[in-house]
Design a protein around this ligand. Structure first.
Ligand code: GLU
Length: 331
């Protein structure tokens, strides 16, 4: 009899525990970029922070390697991804319906969560190619970036600024992850990659058998480009990050910022949780990648064009950070 009572009691306990452990979990996916870039570990860091409190929030986040910024924005808008990493210029273009989104028009459902590290338009070329600047790319085999990447749009902007046509060179449209290998195999003379530094991709490209240089992107056309577009700014690539590159000094270029985007359809609770975990554990977050080294919390509220998602805004108000946000982004 006692055994039976114990058994029944145990059954009741199990039954009571079931609804708790099987409580509804919301699965979210963060779209990133190639595995040798900085988006992929950025997405990994964010997902780990939320997953550490999976039980509390009822959220399980996973990361997907994707074609990059443009792909991520479109997948977020289509509801295929809940979050995506996207360059600040791409976020701007999507929200205001420019270039890639010229036919589809302004993407009004796009929302900002925060920005992350600075990214620099990085042009890598073999020493043998003789490429010294944008103009000398002519006639060479150059990877502009895969469709869906941010660098494809940046290389097009630069060509327009310098008055070059894509047909002036042998343009390739492959993924950044494959470019260093092709350069070292002498099947490519140069490639563009808009990316945070340091990163594994540029390390791989500059440390092989073939001597490789980081090509400066500067001059009057660049100054005009920066004056014309609010999201472009001057930037430098620190040569200490790539000691085996041909260059001996830091390299001048143009930069944007990596940002985290979502859609107005995504639940405020989920966006709040992601925002809170990154900001509350900011010192830990910064240690995850050297590209985050110089970031301050306020920096994460700069470089955004789409309105701040209400879930993120709730956190910024609680943390007293809303004063750093451009008023036009608060709806
Ligand atoms: N900025 C690149 C893009 O938008 C990705 C860079 C990275 O993965 O770190 O496609």
């Amino acid at each position: 009899m006692r055994k039976l009572t114990v058994l029944i009691a145990a059954l009741f306990m199990v039954a009571a525990a079931v609804p708790v452990s099987f409580a509804k979990t919301t699965f979210v996916t963060i779209g990133t970029g190639g595995v040798t870039g900085v988006y992929y570990p950025t997405g990994g860091a964010i997902s780990r922070m939320v997953n550490a409190k999976s039980k509390e929030y009822g959220i399980k986040a996973t990361v997907e390697s994707t074609g990059g910024s443009v792909y991520n924005v479109n997948a977020v808008l289509a509801g295929d991804l809940e979050f995506g990493v996207a360059q600040s210029d791409i976020q701007y273009k999507a929200y205001y319906g420019k270039d890639e989104w010229k036919d589809k028009g302004p993407q009004k459902k796009l929302r900002s969560v925060f920005s992350v590290h600075p990214e620099t338009i990085t042009l890598i070329a073999t020493e043998a190619s003789g490429i010294k600047d944008i103009m000398t790319l002519k006639g060479n085999r150059v990877n502009l970036g895969n469709p869906g990447s941010g660098q494809l749009q940046n290389s097009k902007d630069l060509f327009e600024a310098f008055g070059i046509n894509e047909s002036d060179l042998k343009a390739e449209y492959i993924k950044a992850v494959e470019a260093p290998g092709l350069l070292q195999d002498e099947r490519l003379d140069a490639f563009f990659y808009t990316v945070g530094h340091p990163n594994g991709n540029i390390k791989e490209a500059t440390s092989g058998r073939i001597k490789v240089a980081i090509v400066p992107i500067s001059g009057e056309p660049v100054d005009k480009l920066i004056a014309k577009y609010p999201y472009y700014a001057k930037s430098r690539i620190a040569i200490k990050d790539y000691p085996t590159a041909v260059n001996k000094e830091d390299v001048e270029s143009v930069g944007v910022k990596a940002t985290i985007v979502t859609s107005s359809d995504v639940d405020a609770k989920v966006v709040y949780a992601i925002t809170k975990e990154v900001f509350d554990n900011f010192e830990e977050f910064k240690k995850i990648h050297p590209a985050f080294a110089n970031l301050e919390r306020e920096d994460l509220l700069m470089g955004l064009s789409a309105p701040i998602h209400p879930g993120a805004l709730k956190y910024y108000k609680e943390a007293g950070l809303d004063k750093f946000i451009d008023k036009s982004l608060i709806q």
